[in-house]
Ligand binder design. Sequence first.
Ligand code: F0G
Length: 419
Amino acid sequence: MTLSLSGERPDPPETADEGVWLACIECGTTFAPFEAVRYTCDSCDGLLEVRYADLPTFEDFEGRGVWRYADALPFEEGVAIEEGDTPLYEVPTIEDETGVADLRVKHEGMNPTGSFKDRGMTVGVRVAERLGVDRLACASTGNTSAALACYGARAGTEVLVLLPAGKVAAGKVAQASLHGARILEVDGNFDACLDIVSDLAARGEAYLLNSLNPFRLEGQKTIGLEILEQFRDQTGEFPDRIVLPVGNAGNTAALYKAFRELVASGALAPEEVPALTGVQAEGAAPMVEAIEEGNDEVRRWEEVETRATAIRIGNPVNAPKALPGIRETGGTAVAVSDEEITDAQRSLARDGVGVEPASAASVAGLRKLRESGDVAADEQVVCLTTGHLLKDPDAAAAAGANPEPVPADTDGVLDHLGE
Ligand code: F0G
């Protein structure tokens, strides 16, 4: 089965619960959504997707934040602390310099815990409550752990997070710590952490809230829905392209699913779907490799390295959902260097938008694709920035200006300023 934009609407199976069910994207087997804990297909181990009998149109959306989109989600409400409703900024300097027709930045760093992960957690932790599990867990490059710790605390449930030792930005560890998660620092990279936590989940030790969990991606769909509505409010049209950083490829998969559902409901024409354009760091670019080489499968990179630690990932688990998303929407993928990422981080800051390095990858990628001509000058583009500047204070300080020591008197300060 391929995940296409054709707009087909399957009939609900008998296992559906109030019009919601799970389906395997590989073999099509369907499952009841809330009867048992399940992350992948029982028959073929393929990725699962949440399906709905009723698909939303724009008229169905009302209220604010993630739960404005309840008609596209499995519940009416979740474990919520006002996630979503993030700003879509103009960035005049970068727009001028890249020379696209319109450029906006969707700043997901403005969510409660400072990243887009909150959108997935408000749904995922609600599902965990429904399933009655007593321990939540994730592997993380940092942001997932911060969000899970926060939403787990809010739900009163124990949280266990596995982090690659020494490779998680300070702000994120601090968040997971203060929200009361138990933090295990693993002597290995993120992919090793995810292998372990998936094993723990399979043994029934914890409920997995990585983006392998199909319900997380439902919450993250709302990034795409919000972008369409905000961009249309600001410009009268939908964007031609959305450029986003890629790690596990959860967002790429989630945005594609949001658009497929709008196409299936008749709310969006297939040609109105924005081209999904993924950006990875050169030292961790297995998705870019698969797109460039035309492969259906993504090769796992055992060694990965980048300053953008949030996307220091060699085995993007959502690739089977995300590759069709990039291809079917006419998008592409590109790798950028750490220097290009830091340059883009500085440019965003100059336009008033403070982001962590992984987020700036989207702008670095857009620059590169403009130079190569893959993105045209008449395009209307949204770059997704996924996490706040304060997540990684060390990277921000290294990219920015150095503090200058001065004496504790006004004349001394003026002397120093050379005035
Ligand atoms: N940007 C930031 C700031 C992230 O934290 C992540 C992923 C991504 C981009 C990539 O998103 O996985 O949907 O392609 N962070 C995960 C974590 C892996 O553990 O916090 P994706």
